[in-house]
Write a protein that binds this ligand. Structure first.
Ligand SMILES: N[C@@H](CCC(=O)N[C@@H](CS)C(=O)NCC(=O)O)C(=O)O
Length: 219
């Protein structure tokens, strides 16, 4: 399989899922600014939206969207137990993948990480959507994972929470259950492997962001 990814981007969730499943893929890096792969080829020919993750399966299908790709990995490697084991759990998995993709990824973090978003927009997004972290805080009380076991939803959530290192207004210490969850998940080998050097980069960018008052990574 070919996974088109960018370092620090949401495609890290798919890499985490591959590592957790004990599987691998051809990891093809995309330069998001130029929409080319690092061999110079045009990524828009693979995914006209220009978004990572994009996965080409062994039978040649091109899949897009985190929620769809993550569930594909869970279904493709059922022995890894990264998906749902019952109908109810499947609904829970869908729920969390949708929540992370819409409420957190796009609703909260993308505007904060966008270099071009005006400060008023960032302030509005914080006022409107920061409560999503309160919801997560309550849910994670006494829980190790989003479901009763590690799942692809956790792979996505730890990836998104990583970005708090580059969004200075969000101090993770204010949500102790989320912080503890993040630290647990971040310590898993899958996360370390998928994110070599990435955390240091994010921390460096966070320092720059605090200095300038804006966030400096685009997603
Ligand atoms: N709805 C898509 C969103 C994916 C997405 O936003 N990917 C970002 C990286 S985190 C990206 O490729 N951005 C490049 C761009 O916006 O041009 C999904 O869930 O997969």
């Amino acid at each position: 399989m070919d996974l088109y990814f960018s370092p620090l981007a949401c495609s890290m969730a798919t890499r985490v899922a591959f590592y957790e499943a004990g599987q691998s893929a051809n990891y093809l890096e995309v330069d998001k600014a130029k929409q080319v792969r690092n061999d110079g080829s045009d990524f828009l020919k693979v995914n006209p939206l220009g978004l990572v993750p994009t996965l080409r399966t062994d039978d040649g299908a091109v899949l897009t969207e985190n929620a769809a790709i993550l569930q594909y990995i869970a279904d493709r490697f059922p022995q890894a137990g990264l998906g749902a084991s019952s109908e109810t759990e499947r609904s829970g998995l869908h729920q969390w993948l949708c929540f992370i993709g819409t409420e957190l990824h796009k609703g909260l973090f993308v505007p904060l990480l966008d270099r071009k978003a005006p400060p008023e927009m960032k302030a509005y997004v914080l006022e409107k959507n920061l409560s999503r972290l309160d919801y997560l805080e309550n849910y994670l009380q006494g829980r190790e994972f989003l479901l009763d076991h590690f799942s692809v939803a956790d792979a996505y959530l730890v990836t998104v929470i990583n970005w708090t290192m580059a969004t200075p207004p969000i101090e993770l210490a204010k949500w102790p259950n989320v912080k503890a969850y993040y630290e647990r998940l971040r310590a898993r080998p899958s996360n370390c492997e998928s994110n070599r050097g990435g955390v240091r980069t994010l921390q460096g960018r966070n320092r720059a962001a605090q200095g300038s008052g804006v966030s400096v990574i685009s997603s």
